[in-house]
Design a protein around this ligand. Structure first.
Ligand SMILES: NC(=O)c1ccc[n+]([C@@H]2O[C@H](COP(=O)([O-])OP(=O)(O)OC[C@H]3O[C@@H](n4cnc5c(N)ncnc54)[C@H](OP(=O)(O)O)[C@@H]3O)[C@@H](O)[C@H]2O)c1
Length: 185
């Protein structure tokens, strides 16, 4: 019997992962580590899985959230603040080590490890930390969410009162992936 603990499960990606995981694994073998347990979705509440509080910013909560589990999924922290993001990921990896989780899955981003893209830097640092952690790991280098297309195609919402339009610099290839598919993978 392998016990799984999943972070970020009320989020856009995590909720899709949860939807698929619960079809494959008995509820008794899944733990949801939620930053905000009171925000657990109806799907989570009705599934019978155990919900624990796990706040990347409060490492002791992670020890209790991850305790007794074998495999941890870290959904990357939703921020582009490099240092904070890495700090939160390291807190999760360290807590996993302390409570003897055996394997970590980490949701990274598709660009290679020599990328200079700002958004990739926290992933590069987290990947490096994970690799030297002594734990076994799976790094999931996701494509670009197809749902985020407005960011790349000059979309703007006039109701937000912004007077700027973002225009992509040039032509280029992009590997889109929708979150429904990522959740299933
Ligand atoms: N590949 C791409 O194109 C792309 C595009 C946009 C974003 N992303 C990144 O992909 C990741 C997932 O995105 P998403 O859309 O699923 O994000 P999201 O909907 O914002 O969900 C993020 C999750 O993180 C949890 N969380 C927030 N603060 C936390 C904390 N202090 N400790 C632990 N958990 C915390 C949230 O609460 P609960 O724990 O209560 O559920 C939530 O479930 C993020 O890192 C995001 O930046 C990737």
């Amino acid at each position: 019997m392998t016990k799984f603990v999943v972070t970020g499960a009320t989020g856009a990606l995590g909720s899709r992962i949860f939807k698929n995981l619960i079809r494959l694994v008995p509820a008794s073998d899944i733990i949801m580590s939620l930053y905000n347990p009171s925000g657990a979705t109806e799907d989570i509440k009705s599934s019978g899985v155990e919900v624990r509080r796990g706040d990347f910013g409060n490492p002791s909560t992670l020890d209790s959230a991850f305790a007794g589990t074998d495999k941890l999924l870290i959904v990357s922290y939703p921020s582009i603040a490099h240092e904070l993001r890495v700090k939160n990921h390291i807190a999760a990896i360290d807590a996993a080590k302390r409570v003897r989780v055996k394997h970590i899955y980490y949701t990274s981003l598709a660009f290679a490890s020599d990328s200079v893209a700002t958004v990739m830097q926290a992933h590069i640092d987290t990947e490096a930390y994970l690799k030297q952690s002594g734990l076994t790991y799976t790094i999931i280098r996701e494509g670009i969410y197809s749902e985020s297309w407005p960011l790349y195609f000059g979309y703007f919402d006039p109701s937000e009162g912004k007077d700027e339009v973002l225009i992509p610099y040039s032509d280029g290839k992009i590997a889109w992936v929708c979150r429904d598919d990522l959740g299933e993978e």
